[in-house]
Design a protein around this ligand. Structure first.
Ligand code: ZN
Length: 377
């Protein structure tokens, strides 16, 4: 089943419909009802299936069907053909996260045959890797349904650790609009690169403040909210005062630390300390901020039912927190208690020769087997 799913090239820029239609046909062949929730273009879809009774909320196993590109990566084998070597299964999506989906699908016939008391939902999404667009659409649609899952387990690769928390991720673009001029007459121009640099330096100072003063949560690496500028572009030639500059920055906040408040601080700095000097030369200059879709953090309680359940299924004593974002924050924000637990390691995700240990696949299977025992009642 893992090999079958890996064989669909579901890199996010492509349609995922071939995989989704295959899964739908497979599940409907078992008499498991499915519904598809398409994107605006119709080229991609989420799939939501329910095994067992339809009149009550159940437990959802959720995963994304898209994978990151292989462009420019040096693979030893075909990334879209699963290959087993030395106790590992290689292929794009083997760790992130087609193995988890495949395990759930492979056990669907068992689940259907046994007759479940508590329904088991399968929720497969598109476009996780490029902004969790599929999950956002699925969750918006779910609001109109009579039944929604009572809990959700997202099988991102955590080496089967039960993850109850992750940071939020918010990205922004800042555009600085200055005024061009001859570089011998700097007083007549408005230098957009310099204005941008002042804001970038301010973002860095906020990053230092969080590093040094917190708030801190020792379960995260690093244990504080981080800010960073990732790209910057501006200016055309050394002898021209640059009229335009834009840069992209992000905030990865501890759950409970407010990213909006941080952005407000950055905006306020630009309005008070950067724009007045620019606009004294030309009123048409200024700074604007664009917000990309954010991903909320996850902070599921240690004593939540879903946490207790997942710990029992994974035979884990403790829980963990991770620094990478997942769809779990969105599910949780939509009122569905959610944890992250799945086979494979994030260390192998997104790389050339992505792999999952066969032993992790076995651990994932045991996890879903134990879940089936529970929902059988
Ligand atoms: Zn993933």
């Amino acid at each position: 089943m893992i090999g079958r799913l890996i064989a669909f090239d579901t890199v996010s820029r492509h349609s995922n419909l071939a995989l989704i239609h295959w899964v739908r046909d497979y599940l409907e062949g078992l008499d498991v009802p499915c519904r598809l929730v398409h994107d605006e273009s119709g080229a991609k879809a989420n799939l939501f299936a329910t095994i067992g009774p339809l009149d009550r909320p159940g437990i959802a196993l959720s995963g994304h069907t898209d994978v990151v590109p292989v462009d420019g990566q040096d693979w030893q084998s075909d990334p879209f053909r699963a290959e087993v070597r030395d106790g590992r299964l290689y292929g794009r999506g083997s760790a992130d996260m087609k193995s988890f989906i495949a395990i759930a699908l492979a056990l669907a016939p068992d689940a259907q045959r046994q007759g479940l008391k508590i329904p088991l939902h399968l929720a497969l999404s598109y476009d996780e890797e490029v902004g969790c667009y599929g999950a956002r659409r699925l969750l918006a649609e779910m609001k109109t349904w009579p039944q929604r899952p009572a809990a959700c387990i997202i099988g991102e690769p955590t080496s089967m650790q039960v993850v109850t928390g992750h940071k939020g991720k918010h990205s922004y673009e800042c555009r600085v609009h200055g005024l061009a001029g001859h570089s011998s007459l700097t007083h007549q121009g408005v230098n957009a690169v310099e204005a941008a640099a002042e804001i970038v330096a301010h973002i860095k100072s906020l990053a230092r403040r969080h590093r040094d003063k917190g708030p801190f949560d020792p379960d995260f690496v690093p244990p504080y909210t981080t800010l960073h500028t990732g790209t910057i572009a501006g200016g055309t030639a050394l002898n021209i005062v640059p009229a335009e500059c834009r840069f992209a920055f992000e905030i990865r906040n501890l759950p409970g630390d407010d990213a909006d408040a941080l952005l407000a601080e950055i905006r306020d700095f630009a309005a008070r300390h950067v724009e007045p000097e620019m606009q004294a030369v030309d009123r048409g200059t200024g700074v604007s901020f664009m917000t990309e879709l954010g991903l909320p953090g996850l902070a599921t309680a240690e004593d939540a039912e879903v946490t207790t359940l997942a710990k029992a299924l994974a035979e884990a004593n403790g829980t963990a927190k991770v620094s990478f974002g997942t769809e779990a924050g969105l599910f949780s924000d939509a009122g569905i208690p959610t944890i992250v637990c799945g086979p494979g390691s994030i260390e192998q995700a997104h790389k050339a020769d992505e792999w999952i240990a066969l032993e992790q696949i076995a651990a994932g299977e045991s996890f879903v087997h134990r879940l089936l025992e529970r929902v059988r009642g």
